[in-house]
Ligand binder design. Structure first.
Ligand SMILES: [Zn+2]
Length: 133
């Protein structure tokens, strides 16, 4: 469900970009997908393909290739400056699910491996970015 909502937002972006730049055909739609979103890449790709088919039929906007790059979640401790990669796989499924729906809850389940502080920032691996060319 999440995947389809995201795909819809991405396709809206593609349509808007097409309109703004007066371009109908893009060769690559590149998506940088933060792994904290825990989006199923295959489902997202399928949803994008389906929605882009519609966009082509209805608006004549087309994309030749879709590339999805997954970005690993990296945190940086605000107290000691340590940087580490958050290992979602080692977490309980239940916690992962909370983080999926409410990314802010990550501060409850994760702490700095060096100083144990829960005061950290997510420096990458969150959100979704779209590039078109
Ligand atoms: Zn620390």
């Amino acid at each position: 469900m999440h995947e389809w909502a995201l795909a819809e937002a991405v396709v809206e972006t593609v349509k808007r970009r097409a309109l703004e730049n007066n371009i109908k055909n893009f060769s690559v739609l590149k998506i940088k997908l933060g792994m904290l979103q825990q989006i199923d890449k295959d489902v997202l790709l399928f949803a994008l393909e389906e929605l882009l088919k519609l966009a082509r039929e209805e608006h004549g906007v087309s994309v030749e290739h879709i590339v999805i790059d997954e970005e690993k979640p990296v945190a940086e401790c605000t107290r000691c400056g340590y940087r580490w990669e958050i290992d979602l796989q080692s977490m309980d499924e239940e916690y992962r699910e909370y983080i999926h729906f409410l990314p802010e809850t990550i501060h409850i389940y994760v702490s700095c491996p060096r100083c144990r502080s829960k005061d950290f920032e997510i420096v990458s691996g969150r959100g979704l970015y779209v590039e078109l060319y």
